[in-house]
Design a protein around this ligand. Structure first.
Ligand code: ADP
Length: 211
């Protein structure tokens, strides 16, 4: 669901006409602007989609009275984790720190999720976790990731039907870059997706798209 909140001059004029004269038909709005109904159609569609106007069959267009901020909030409340989640990269607990570094590069991700023998979430590995483990003279191929990972139950998770806004708040509060999307099972949390700051940036940009 993408909306534009920045209106062009003609859209502003239409809004003004409907505000003062609504309900008013598309034909009537066109007349007042000395334009054809066909020329106005895309602008009316945008204003209606964005929630500034509402259209009733055989009555016409009327002004909803909603401000840009109200509409932005309404639109934010329609963006769910399931719409923006990415594919998670998971590794096993006995993987070596060395192999985790290689996996992070090959898979081109900033966070790896660690799963146990039941494929349930056991830990999280960030870039800094791996860098920290690399300081010093330890043999990285001899250290399993479960020694250095952040482990359950201290992992912040989300579910596919959560609002992306709530996940964004969590990332800020907890000062982390990503959370696993999980599904609760009898054995623990199955990892089904991943939300990162990139996904949130994409959702943010989509709010300004107008197609
Ligand atoms: P980086 O450390 O590379 O900046 P993060 O900010 O995501 O990446 O990680 C900071 C710390 O928080 C790391 O120790 C990491 O293991 C931990 N961490 C990352 N994601 C989560 C999460 N979803 N829940 C709990 N801890 C996490």
């Amino acid at each position: 669901m993408v909306r534009t909140l920045e209106l062009n001059k003609r859209q502003d004029q239409i809004l003004q006409i409907v505000k003062e004269n609504g309900p008013i038909t598309g034909e009537n709005i066109a007349e007042r602007l000395n334009l054809t109904r066909a020329t106005l159609r895309p602008d009316l569609a945008i204003l209606t989609m964005a929630g500034f106007l509402d259209a009733r069959p055989r009555v016409g267009y009327f002004y909803t009275g909603k401000t840009g901020t109200q509409l932005l909030t309404e639109n934010l409340m329609k963006i769910y984790v399931r719409d923006y989640q990415a594919i998670p990269v998971v590794v096993r607990e006995n993987l070596s720190v060395y192999d985790a570094v290689v996996t992070m590069f090959l898979e081109d991700v900033g966070t790896l999720f660690v799963v146990d023998e039941h494929s349930c979430l056991a830990g999280v590995l960030s870039r800094k976790d791996l860098l920290r483990a690399s300081i010093g003279k330890q043999e990285l191929s001899a250290i399993p990731v479960n020694i250095i990972m952040t482990r359950m139950p201290n992992i912040t998770v989300c579910e596919k039907d959560d609002l992306l806004l709530d996940v964004a708040k969590n990332l800020i509060d907890k000062q982390i870059d990503s959370v696993p999307v999980v599904k609760k099972t009898d054995l623990g949390y199955e990892v089904t997706g991943r939300i990162t700051k990139t996904n949130i940036a994409k959702a943010f940009v989509s709010l300004a798209d107008d197609d």
